[in-house]
Design a protein around this ligand. Structure first.
Ligand code: PEP
Ligand code: NA
Ligand code: MN
Length: 627
């Protein structure tokens, strides 16, 4: 009878009605969290999301009516979303880690130097910042409650989160990027969850103008992580990396801190399977900074005959050693949030097939035929179609000076639509990893591939990863930036401790994967790429796999590690490649590079730098001086 009562009476928290879902039946800790959020943000209603297709369809229809989404009529269920032009990327400078002790969050940075490996805030400062923003911030808006799992629900690797948000775009995107399901609430009678609080920061009535039907509050953006509380608070932005809290905030920053405590790894890595012509399958992970082609590599279309690539994930890997000492990896995500520009049937034909339906395109251009358009699709788009750019203005190819799409425009597509998704991509056990690759966009000096001499040498190479800056964050212009382990924007704790954690993973009885550094982006003196990249990268992978089988005949020593012996990379069928230049190690370049890296570690990581890293860097310098 008690059950019947709340079926027919409106459930409320204070005066706020629950407009969908059964609040009363939720586990106590979930009720407490939702009640706290309601009191804090004062929404007009509470909506418990169930993650169903029906629910998504209802929201899509509402957002189309409002003008937030536009149907791309050439496809089945593809939509375009234009954001406020001031809300298009992650904001690293407003992303914080809040801990009791500053040095749990960030390293001992040299006095007078600005730290770039995360930003710390005290609880007091954070409370002040949040008190200026969150109270009543959802006035007049609905609060959606989204229960989600990072990782397959039945995997021992998986973690549950609950995100509250006042953005329906976030609700739709979370359903693609994570596993949203009401059943997760049941598990929370026994398990804990990561608390994710998000608001676009635009209570009603709205002051000022909303641009493109995209409420946000760019001046007040803050993204705060509390690893000690397993809590995330994000305010003012609806953009993916700032608002889909399961992704960077949870699966990298908070999970990173959990992983350190629990002895595993949460990394900014793609996971791929490669089957050789001999039908032997290998799994590899690769850490490249944002917009260096992780998605392209994860969906690599091999040009060498007999090779098969399958995708497990394109952005995040959670990994742990099992009892046999094998490193197992899962992809905690459920979809792809990929950079659109540059994606086409030549560079990534597989990605193109992922987003022909059920996908959301954010800040791309659209054609009069109801298709998406961005830089890179010139050859696949008829000359005579009319194009509206990401801002919605008529845009003329070859005449307009501006870009059609925003450089950080994105596609959001379900992983299961990927035609080469591995049959075991969502296997709860994970897949065994043979090799770890690091890399970045390095126009000069850095060879196509090199192999670390040892686990710790590999960690040193990872610590020295650098890349040309990208559009995924707020940086302008093309500088080479340090992005150690491709984790600079995503560290959840002190980077020195993070390196120490990596070093500590090498233990007797464990089969440590081999570590490599790759660079698809080296340019010759004429400014042209020395390596064709994309599907041809299978040639480098092929060499790496032979190394994983311990073929010692294909390597030679160099000051930076092992290099391919000349002639051991399969170049069959390629136009002439300047191998000498592609693999050269200009002595002065490297001596400068080592100096820079040492300065970087001394200034940015200071006393937290594990001594062995500095020793290995010193060895490298000595080796160069002697050659
Ligand atoms: C993001 O910004 O949400 C994101 C996925 O970042 P990136 O592509 O830079 O890794
Ligand atoms: Na919009
Ligand atoms: Mn990424």
């Amino acid at each position: 009878a008690a059950d019947d009562i709340h079926k027919f009476t409106v459930q409320r928290i204070g005066r706020v009605p629950v407009i969908k879902g059964d609040f009363q039946s939720l586990p106590k800790q979930v009720k407490n969290f939702i009640t706290h959020c309601v009191h804090l943000m004062a929404p007009r209603g509470i909506y418990l999301a169930d993650g169903s297709k029906k629910e998504a369809d209802e929201f899509i229809q509402k957002l189309v009516e409002k003008g937030t989404l536009t149907k791309l009529t050439a496809y089945k269920e593809n939509y375009l979303c234009r954001t406020d032009p001031n809300d298009t990327a992650r904001v690293e400078s407003k992303t914080f880690t809040v801990t009791m002790n500053q040095y749990d969050a960030v390293p001992h940075v040299k006095k007078g130097v600005k730290g770039i490996l995360g930003h710390w805030m005290s609880y007091e400062e954070a409370a002040a910042a949040m008190n200026q923003r969150f109270p009543n911030c959802m006035t007049g808006r609905m609060m959606y409650v989204i229960p989600f799992s990072m990782g397959p629900v039945d995997s021992p690797f998986s973690k549950i989160g609950i995100q509250v948000t006042d953005s329906a775009y976030v609700l739709l995107s979370m359903r693609v990027m994570t596993r949203v399901s009401l059943q997760l609430f049941e598990l929370l009678h026994e398990r804990s969850f990561v608390k994710c609080i998000h608001s676009v920061g635009c209570p009603r009535p709205v002051h000022g103008r909303i641009k493109n039907h995209w409420p946000c509050n760019p001046e007040q953006v803050i993204v705060a992580h509390y690893p000690e509380q397993r809590l995330i608070q994000s305010f003012g932005s609806g953009y993916g990396g700032n608002s889909l809290l399961g992704k960077k905030c949870f699966a990298l920053r908070i999970a990173g801190a959990m992983a350190k405590d629990e002895g595993w790894m949460a990394e900014h890595m793609l996971i791929m399977s490669v089957t050789t012509p001999q039908k032997k399958e290998f799994f590899i992970v690769a850490a490249f900074p944002s917009a260096c082609g992780k998605t392209n590599m994860a969906m690599l279309n091999p040009t060498l005959p007999g090779y098969k690539v399958q995708c497990i994930g394109d952005d995040i890997a959670w990994m742990r050693f099992d009892h046999d000492g094998k490193l197992l990896a899962i992809n905690p995500e459920n979809g792809f949030f990929g950079v659109a520009p540059g994606t086409n049937t030549k560079t990534n034909p597989i990605a193109m097939r992922c987003f022909q339906e059920n996908s959301i395109f954010t800040n791309v251009a659209e054609t009069s035929e109801g298709k998406y358009y961005w830089e890179g699709l010139e050859d696949e788009t008829p000359e005579n179609v009319e194009i509206r750019n990401w801002l919605g203005h008529v845009w003329k190819r070859g005449q307009s000076k501006s870009r059609a799409s925003h450089p950080n425009s994105r596609f959001t597509a379900p992983a299961k639509q990927c035609p080469i998704m591995h049959p075991r991509w969502d296997c709860p056990k994970g897949v065994p990893i043979s090799a770890i690759l690091f890399g970045g966009r390095r126009p000069k000096g850095v060879p196509l591939v090199l192999e670390a001499r040892s686990w710790s040498h590999g960690v040193m190479l990872g610590a020295c990863v650098k890349s040309e800056t990208t559009a995924a964050a707020e940086f302008k212009g093309k500088a080479i930036m340090h992005d150690p382990m491709a984790m600079r924007p995503f560290l959840g704790y002190n980077f020195g401790q993070y390196l120490q954690h990596w070093l500590s993973l090498e233990q007797p009885g464990r089969q440590m994967p081999k570590i490599f550094h790759v660079n698809w982006f080296r340019r010759g003196d004429d400014g042209k790429f020395l390596w064709p990249g994309f599907g041809e990268n299978i040639r480098v992978v092929d060499w790496i796999l032979r190394r994983c089988e311990n073929d010692d005949s294909i390597v030679m020593e160099s000051p930076v590690g092992f290099l391919p012996r000349p002639g051991t990379l399969n170049m069959d069928g390629l136009p002439p490649i300047n191998e000498a230049e592609l693999f050269s190690l200009p002595k002065q370049y490297w001596l400068d590079d080592i100096k820079q890296n040492r300065k970087f570690l001394e200034e940015q990581v200071g006393v937290d730098t594990p001594p062995v890293i500095l020793k290995l860097l010193k060895n490298q310098e000595e080796a160069f001086k002697q050659c």
